[in-house]
Ligand binder design. Structure first.
Ligand code: MF3
Ligand code: CO
Length: 249
């Protein structure tokens, strides 16, 4: 069942999303060669606390951290760690903010120091892919239209779309209905309605779409160890079209 949100609920989630966006903007300045994702983790915990919010991921299904920090070939759910980032790395920071009980979820991939032209292209295409999905998020369209737009674009650029992790409804808890794959067929799946709130979070790989799981039970990496990038927004379907609740502008 897809729970529709009232305007008031969407507004509360928007406030949560604005705080999340400001946290991303603040932490982006810390991502330099020599920094660690453990420092980012501590920064985020502190930032949210200072602003009266909570890191919803911490304790969720046994996950122990406020952030996921996925480096280079890691697709998602990497653990924050104390090893130093180096120039040429990319790192995806993902978090869920709980502000006055309202949740928002956004991931962003950052480059560390100087990355290759091809890595820059991977990041650019992944971000564009997210916005192609958002463009399709209008009432009357179907879930499949989102994934189709993302997949067509990303594969057209020579990259691949991760299948094992998908976008999701969000509300009372991090994951609710509907499922939002970043691949698929147009005009298939649930019809989009005003009041739906979900994430779109394409994970786009330089090589194979296939993922392998780490022994820690959480982290996934690309099967060929090539880089993977991700951009994620929480969006609401409104009568005026898609509203990006975690917009950084
Ligand atoms: N933020 C993640 C998402 O985009 C959820 C992370 S699951 C957690 O779906 F357990 F790590 F919190
Ligand atoms: Co997320």
């Amino acid at each position: 069942m897809i729970v529709l949100k009232s305007e008031r609920e969407i507004q509360a989630m928007h406030e949560s999303g604005k705080l999340l966006a400001s946290c991303h903007k603040a932490l982006s300045k810390l991502i330099v060669p020599g920094a660690t994702t453990w420092e980012i983790e501590e920064f985020v915990e502190d930032y949210l606390k200072k602003h009266g919010a909570k890191p919803e991921q911490k304790g969720y299904k046994g996950y122990e951290y406020a952030t996921c920090a996925s480096i280079n070939e890691e697709i998602c759910h990497g653990f924050p760690r104390k090893s130093a980032l180096k120039s040429g790395d990319i790192v995806t920071i993902d978090m869920v903010v709980n502000y006055n009980g309202a949740l928002s979820d956004s991931a962003w991939t950052y480059s560390v120091g100087k990355v290759t032209k091809e890595t820059e292209r991977l990041l650019h295409v992944t971000k564009e892919a997210l916005y192609k999905g958002i463009e399709q998020s209008v009432a009357g369209n179907r879930i499949g239209d989102i994934g189709h737009a993302i997949q067509t674009y990303a594969e057209g650029e020579g990259f691949s779309v991760v299948r094992d992790f998908i976008g999701h409804g969000i509300g009372a808890s991090i994951h609710e209905s509907p499922e939002v794959p970043h691949y698929g067929l147009p005009n298939k799946g649930a019809r989009l309605k005003e009041g739906m709130v979900f994430t779109i979070e394409p994970m786009i790989n330089a090589g194979t779409y296939k993922a392998v799981r780490h022994a820690n039970g959480w982290t996934a990496s690309t099967a060929d160890n090539k880089y993977s990038a991700q951009y994620e927004h929480t969006i609401a379907i409104t009568k005026n079209g898609p509203l990006i609740l975690t917009d950084q502008d």
